[in-house]
Design a protein. Structure first.
Lengths: 148, 141
């Protein structure tokens, strides 16, 4: 005998084990990692701890969109996604990859990026005013010689 | 031969990466197209990689012949083909099969949905799209 389960438009919230390993996606659809742990205060979810590659990133509940069900959706693109992005100057010259992002006082914004071409090379600082595009990679509006 | 500072050769173009305004690396430049009669460069061909079609980019859409990369001034609509499409809740509903647009602006996209062994198609207009970058995210319906 087959029992038909009626569709429930308000499914029960997921358990910890249901959220564990869930993919986290930013506002632009970029993959931000998988949920490793939850941060809970009393009965309130304060945020999620996400593992991306070998990095652990914490996203607070303010950044998490309430619409996400199959995946955890973020309301914005976290600045931590900029790490390992390639940087090109206005002449199309390859500057290096982002190795460090210094956060600013604004949430999910950065004040400075450190770019290196090789592990042993001296890092160059890139400020938000010098950036023309930040999407798949980073395009600058200045030439390499003007970077500090 | 005397070298002029603004002069480049085919070695400076072929094998370089082509980057669109989003910063995405479209592929590698493999060919330069030249008008045999007028002796003008018409454009370049970019190889997007294994099992992906080549893209021809006209000279009008090339912003800079850079030192390490060729910067393109427009985003080719073909690059969105194959992207995952997610609904507002983050659930995958299909992949982009076709993109229609004018002046390099998306008007509508065709989504290919898989149902078991069969496929279905659906057209989505641009006002239903919330974000299109690494994936296509649709607005709440």
């Amino acid at each position: 005998m087959i029992t038909k389960i009626p569709f429930d438009p308000n499914p029960l919230p997921k358990s910890f084990w249901g959220l564990l390993g869930t993919t986290v996606i930013s506002a632009s659809g970029a993959h931000c990692g998988r949920v490793l742990s939850l941060s809970v205060e009393g009965t309130t979810l304060k945020g999620v701890l996400v593992l991306k590659g070998s990095h652990l990133v914490f996203y607070s509940d303010e950044l998490i969109s309430p619409d996400g069900k199959a995946r955890i959706l973020l309301k914005a693109d976290p600045y931590t996604n900029l790490i390992r992005k390639r940087v090109y100057d206005s002449d199309g010259k390859y500057i290096g990859k982002v190795v460090k992002a210094i956060p600013s006082r604004q949430p999910q914004d950065f004040s400075k990026l450190t770019v290196k071409k090789r592990i042993w090379s001296k890092g160059k600082d890139v400020f938000p005013s010098q950036i023309s595009t930040v999407k798949r990679n980073i395009l600058l509006n200045v030439e390499d010689e003007k970077l500090s | 031969m005397k070298n002029f500072p603004e002069q480049i050769t085919s070695d400076d173009i072929l094998g370089k990466e082509a980057i669109d305004p989003d910063g995405e690396i479209l592929g590698v430049v493999t060919r330069i197209h030249i008008d045999r009669l007028q002796k003008l460069i018409l454009g370049i061909t970019v190889d997007q990689g294994f099992m992906k079609p080549e893209i021809f980019i006209g000279m009008d859409y090339i912003k800079t012949f850079g030192i390490d990369a060729i910067l393109i001034s427009v985003v080719p609509l073909e690059k969105y083909i194959g992207l995952e499409v997610l609904d507002a809740q983050g659930k995958k509903i299909g992949t982009v099969a076709e993109v229609e647009g004018t002046n390099h602006r998306i008007k509508k996209i065709r989504i290919q949905k898989r149902k078991g062994v069969s496929y279905s198609q659906e057209w989505i207009s641009e006002n239903q799209i919330q974000e299109i970058a690494d994936r296509v995210i649709l607005k709440k319906s």
